[in-house]
Design a protein around this ligand. Structure first.
Ligand code: NAG
Ligand code: NAG
Ligand code: NAG
Ligand code: NAG
Ligand code: NAG
Ligand code: NAG
Ligand code: CU
Length: 377
């Protein structure tokens, strides 16, 4: 079977692939003729990167032009094939976060998304991931993911003065966490998704000033609006820097501790790399736990979540893939309401987003098992 390599969107400079099969030089050759060939390789690498990125965002735009499969009787707001993913995530949010299936469900979700880009939109490349550590170091707006260029994922939202307003998470029995606002806040202004319409939600959109916005007609109803972002370096740097990433891979010795550190232990004040990645994008639907896949950057963010999980699993594959540290938790958000433990036999359905097949947790535990055959590069 062909191995689908998942390449980094921002980590590409560290990749050893110039194009398919080509090795990138790592230091200048003193031999003038070899150095000439090195230059050629580097130039073709640059062209390859630009083409790959645009091919990816074009495939996403293609998915946004195709008709939804979700029945209008269930999700009248789902207009495009892309919306099928958003609707499924909205529908299942309280059964797929702070649960035993969190990691496996999202691995399957982004993998099926990649399959749709390939099978329905002719994409030939790999699913990129967003390396939060790099954008924490460079500043988000300087990152090729967020710089707003035509090879980016579109950039920041238009500036709105949110001075003095925090985003307040928690409540409803959970301690409040105050998060700073970012440097945008409004509609995105450039890049491939500048004309995109967000159709679904909000379901629980946290706005600056301790306000939560909910669509009174229900999150699956039609509510067309622009894509907003509020890039927040402070959150990227505080919760999803390289040390935070490595600590999440090396410190937790049980899967329970691993996934809790990643999502943020309630009451700790830390939102983890998962929360750090999400909230540093900000905006609508980025700050809405239910509707967040409505921002195309979601799939790059969760690619990085999957990379971190994979790295953690491979430090002890015997116990962390199918063994005693494979799965912990139940099938409801922090076990509210109480539900059964997630096991290798627990089913995963992604509804109308997928291809009508259901898998089990066992099928999604290894990146080279079940339906998968990929590695990270
Ligand atoms: C934002 O508004 C505050 C007052 O609410 C004002 O002090 C501040 O100068 C404004 N900032 C910008 C960048 O306009
Ligand atoms: C967005 O729409 C405007 C106005 O129709 C058009 O000029 C522009 O090319 C579009 N941009 C993209 C990236 O689709
Ligand atoms: C935020 O809003 C919630 C719900 O309205 C309220 O209980 C809480 O006290 C508010 N917190 C702050 C800091 O205003
Ligand atoms: C990196 O992240 C960790 C964990 O969130 C945090 O404690 C630390 O202060 C961060 N480091 C920097 C330099 O921001
Ligand atoms: C569910 O998991 C918990 C924690 O590992 C364990 O204590 C409990 O016995 C399990 N329940 C069942 C029904 O297997
Ligand atoms: C997949 O799972 C869903 C939800 O559990 C269920 O409604 C559906 O019938 C299942 N589909 C198949 C083909 O088993
Ligand atoms: Cu999710």
């Amino acid at each position: 079977m062909k191995t689908a390599l998942i390449l980094a969107f921002v980590a590409l400079s560290a990749s050893t692939n110039a194009g398919p099969g080509e090795k990138l030089p790592t230091s200048a050759s003193p031999d003038i003729r070899v150095a000439q060939a090195q230059l050629k390789t580097l130039v073709s690498h640059a062209a390859y990167i630009v083409k790959e990125r645009i091919a990816y965002t074009n495939a996403v735009l293609c998915l946004q032009k195709k008709t939804a499969r979700s029945p209008a009787s269930w999700a009248p707001g789902a207009k495009s094939r892309y919306d099928d993913w958003v609707a499924t995530h909205i529908d299942q949010t309280l059964q797929i976060h702070y649960t035993g299936n969190f990691l496996g469900w999202h691995r399957y979700f982004i993998w099926e998304y990649e399959q749709a880009l390939r099978n329905e939109c002719g994409y030939k490349g790999t699913q990129p991931y967003l390396n939060w550590g790099l954008s924490a170091a460079s500043g988000m707006e300087a990152s090729p993911v967020w710089d707003g260029s035509k090879t980016s994922m579109s950039g920041n939202g238009a500036f709105i003065n949110q001075s003095g307003l925090d985003v307040v998470l928690g409540g409803n029995g959970l301690p409040e966490i105050y998060l700073p606002t970012g440097t945008g806040g409004g509609c995105i202004t450039s890049g491939p998704f500048v004309n995109m319409t967000v159709n679904l939600g909000p379901a629980a959109l946290t706005l600056p000033g301790n306000i939560t916005e909910v669509n009174p007609n229900g999150p699956l109803s039609y509510n067309p609006r622009c894509l907003k972002r509020d890039l927040t370096d402070e959150l990227n740097q505080r919760f999803a820097n390289f040390s935070a990433i490595i600590d999440n891979i090396l410190a937790p010795k049980t899967v329970y501790n691993f996934q809790m550190q990643m999502q943020g232990i309630p009451g700790s004040g830390n939102i983890g790399v998962h929360g750090g990645g999400h909230y540093s994008m900000g905006g609508d639907p980025g700050r809405d736990v239910f509707v967040s896949p409505g921002d195309p950057a979601f799939y790059l963010h969760h690619g990085m979540i999957d990379l971190v999980w994979t790295a953690w699993q491979m430090l002890d594959p015997e116990n962390r893939i199918y063994g005693k540290n494979a799965i912990a938790g139940t099938n409801t958000f922090l076990n509210q309401p109480p539900s059964e433990n997630t096991t290798l036999n627990t089913g995963i359905s992604i509804g109308w987003a997928g291809r009508g097949i259901n898998v089990t947790m066992r099928d999604v535990m290894s990146t080279v098992g079940g339906p998968f055959c990929y590695v990270y590069a």
